[in-house]
Design a protein around this ligand. Structure first.
Ligand code: ZN
Length: 90
């Protein structure tokens, strides 16, 4: 019988803020009629204003699916063998 010890490498999860990464954004869909507000980047206020105006024009439409989109990146933590092979990001 062969016995081995495997040590898990540590990784860190965080927001991807690289130059080549899209900014993410916000959007909302009315659950009554499917209308969608224009998606925005990094500012949810215009989407909230759209939802309020949409309900103002359609008083029975009061529920929305709000989506906040972000991008994540997993990077090797200190001591992870992949840390030394990763090129520094700009
Ligand atoms: Zn609606």
């Amino acid at each position: 019988m062969t016995r081995s010890i495997i040590t898990a490498a540590e990784w860190t999860l965080g927001q991807d803020i690289g130059d080549d990464t899209p900014a993410g954004g916000y959007s909302a869909v009315c659950l009554s009629c499917g209308a969608t507000g224009a998606a925005t980047e990094d500012d949810r206020l215009p989407v909230e204003v759209w939802a309020l105006k949409h309900t103002g024009l359609n008083p029975s439409h009061r529920r929305y699916k709000a989506v906040a989109e972000t991008f994540w990146r997993v990077t090797p933590a200190r001591g992870n063998p992949y840390q030394e092979s990763e090129a520094p990001r700009a």
